[in-house]
Design a protein around this ligand. Structure first.
Ligand code: GCU
Length: 665
């Protein structure tokens, strides 16, 4: 038996109170032998034994085993899909659900409530998921590396083979416990061995993985290489309108269906950052997506098509081309053309997962197309899981954003949940932050993002604080004053990171390629379309009607608001406007003084985070405390570097000294 050499994260099931007696399970409408029902019962048993010391015994059909309490699993089709109703009392507990996934989520809700300190009799929860698709996207490569991975190597792949271990099952358990129902196992940049995931070379293992996922109600998805007809089929083209190409895909998909029937579908990154796509043949994105979607519709599969399409070979001298515009420019015209088993996956912002950027105007800008929100919990631009950055507040801002696409039902949360337009598909996906590190996420505290994303995707009305507290309770079980300290650390961390890095929506200024640490001009004269345009007088990108016109991609209310620096939310000022250093912000501070102040503040507050963590030393398990402390040491070096480089850079550019006379280099 393989040794379990990793943490159990929020499912560690440490004792919360001393219970006594036994539980029996009663089934009504659910088949005890169904794979998901079995997983649910397994979880309940393990959890109750750990959390309370109570035994769970299965009552036999004659009712011969006498139990102190009964857990009744009841099928109730009046509850919305994948939802549940949980209740507990002295008699035991009841979980009602319309389907197996709902039952599993109900059991996990029961466990969460117990783990968070609720006693039987106090638990009552009724919920159905806000989003139909709740997905994790792995950027794992088959050689074992992870693109933008900060917590070790892949636990799915190594040296071009697929790994199946107890870790796989634990991973599925973690995901199901927060309501994830779809996982893409391989990187969107499909190259080399990954192109062969849809061939005989890997079918057996992909199927085995999909079965483990299926035990936990999770569908497995694969990222697809659009040029497969060339790379696998030996053809000279992959034109989506070519009959030979279509025939090749038909044969391929039927083969995949035969071998891996549990699959959910495919994710495609096309015509983006060097990946092949329909543009090569003068076809639209819709032509490419629909061709694949039509072939797989018969299998009940879907195509998730990414909207991260832009020109990555821009000339920095060219001020008219604006990368932020690209998604909308490429996709808005074909709104309504996509078939109904295609869903467009749209990054939260029009650039690329910055610490702050505007919300993509495609979200809600598309009104006749299935759409889902993509966020990144892998901390590519937000501190590499070295720096503490709890991202749920950022995601909440995006979800709560009013698009003005329809009166009364216009937030991003409304749109992607399918409430607004009644689309067939909708949801949320996150680029995940896990790897094969002992603690899964590099920084122990980064698991709050893994947990939080799932919880938020399932219930977008949860607050950042509530999610943080749940995660802390399930992971560390702290006394309430200590829980307050850690909650406060998590809740402040994103703003602190923003303060010492790039400000007011300008983004970037990071070390090229690696994306950790400052390099103010690192991308300024490059091809990537990620400029700050700072000179001796001011900084920012003019995206108004007099600039690139990006602001006009929004509905009128937002377009007007963003177009004017006076009404533009200040935290996005430099995303939309080129502003002089002497410009007075609402606080009365000049822009340059704001830059200095926020950076010194950010550094100081990062130090406070580290001090707070030190105060928690007596109550956090030693090894976890030490791992995180080491990260804080690095975070402080990073914060100082950012603070000093940004301040020195803008002092040298502007020639305007800090009013407070602090040290700038
Ligand atoms: C970013 C990231 C890439 C990734 C890309 C994507 O640009 O740096 O590594 O491939 O996003 O989302 O496809």
């Amino acid at each position: 038996m393989e040794v379990n050499n990793w943490t159990q994260l929020w499912l560690s099931y440490q004792k919360v109170y001393e219970g006594h007696g036994t539980w029996g399970i009663g089934y009504s409408g659910f088949d005890a032998e169904n794979r998901i029902v079995e997983s649910a019962v397994y979880e309940f048993r393990t959890a109750m034994e750990g959390l309370t010391g109570e035994n769970v015994v299965i009552t036999d059909s004659e009712g011969n085993v006498k139990n102190d309490r009964i857990l009744s699993l009841v099928k109730d089709e009046s509850i919305p899909k994948e939802g549940y109703r949980v209740e507990s009392g002295e008699y035991g507990a009841t979980v009602k659900a319309p389907d197996e996934n709902g039952l599993l989520y109900g059991i996990f809700a029961l466990i969460r409530n117990v783990a968070c300190g609720k006693k039987p009799g106090e638990i009552k929860e009724e919920l159905s998921p806000s989003n139909p698709l709740r997905m994790m996207n792995h950027w794992d490569n088959m050689d074992g590396s992870i693109e933008r991975g900060y917590s070790g190597n892949s636990f799915f792949f190594d040296k071009d083979s697929i790994i199946i271990s107890r870790r796989t099952r634990d991973y599925a358990r973690f995901m199901a416990s927060v309501g994830i129902n779809g996982v893409v196992i391989n990187n969107v940049n499909v190259k080399d061995a990954a192109s062969y995931l849809i061939t005989d070379r890997y079918f057996d293992k992909v199927k085995a993985l999909s079965e483990i996922f299926a035990d936990y109600g999770i569908k497995l998805y694969l990222s697809l290489n659009f040029a497969s007809p060339i790379e696998l089929g030996g053809m000279s083209i992959c034109d989506p309108m070519s009959k030979e190409v279509i025939d090749w895909w038909k044969g391929k998909m039927s083969e995949i269906h035969l071998k891996v029937p549990e699959l959910g579908g495919f994710l495609v990154k096309a015509d983006s950052e060097g990946r092949p796509g329909p543009f090569t043949y003068g076809r639209t994105q819709a032509d490419g997506a629909n061709m694949l979607a039509d072939i797989i519709d018969q299998y009940g599969w879907i195509i998730i098509w990414r909207c991260f399409v832009y020109n990555c070979t821009q000339d920095w001298r060219d001020k008219k081309t604006d990368r932020a515009r690209a998604g909308y420019d490429y996709f808005k015209d074909q709104d309504g053309d996509y078939h109904d088993n295609v869903i467009l996956q749209i990054k939260n912002g029009p650039m690329d997962f910055q610490i702050r950027e505007a919300v993509s105007p495609l979200l809600g800008g598309l009104t006749r197309t299935n759409q889902m929100l993509e966020v990144q919990i892998a901390q590519e631009y937000t501190g590499h899981q070295i720096d503490l950055c709890y991202l749920i507040p950022l995601f909440k801002e995006v979800l709560d954003f009013h698009t003005y696409c329809r009166e009364g039902c216009d937030t991003v949360a409304d749109v992607v949940s399918t409430r607004t337009f009644g689309n067939r598909l909708g949801g949320m996906a996150a680029v995940i932050n896990t790897g094969n590190d002992y603690n899964w996420t590099g920084n122990d505290l980064a698991a709050a993002n893994t947990y939080g994303f799932g919880r938020l995707a399932f219930d977008t009305s949860l607050s950042s604080e509530q999610i943080a507290r749940e995660w802390i309770r399930m992971t560390y079980q702290l006394e309430s004053d200590k829980e307050d300290i850690l909650t406060d650390m998590l809740l402040r961390s994103r703003e602190i990171y923003e303060k010492y890095t790039s400000f007011l929506g300008i983004g970037w200024m990071v070390t090229p390629h690696d994306h950790y640490g400052p390099s103010i001009d690192g991308y300024e004269y490059s091809r990537w379309g990620t400029y700050h345009r700072a000179d001796h007088l001011g900084i920012g990108v003019d995206r108004t009607d007099k600039g690139t016109g990006y602001a006009q991609q929004y509905y009128k209310e937002n377009a007007q608001m963003y177009n004017d620096p006076k009404t533009c939310p200040e935290e996005l000022l430099l995303f939309f406007h080129h502003i002089p250093y002497t410009y007075k912000l609402k606080s009365g501070k000049t822009l340059i003084q704001y830059i200095y102040d926020s950076h010194f503040e950010g550094l100081k507050e990062a130090q406070e985070l580290a001090q707070s963590w030190e105060r928690l030393k007596p109550v956090i398990p030693a090894e976890s405390h030490e791992r995180v402390s080491k990260r804080f040491e690095l975070q402080l070096v990073n914060a100082r570097e950012w603070c000093d480089q940004v301040n020195s850079y803008f002092y040298r550019k502007s020639g305007i000294p800090d009013e407070k006379g602090r040290e700038i280099f």
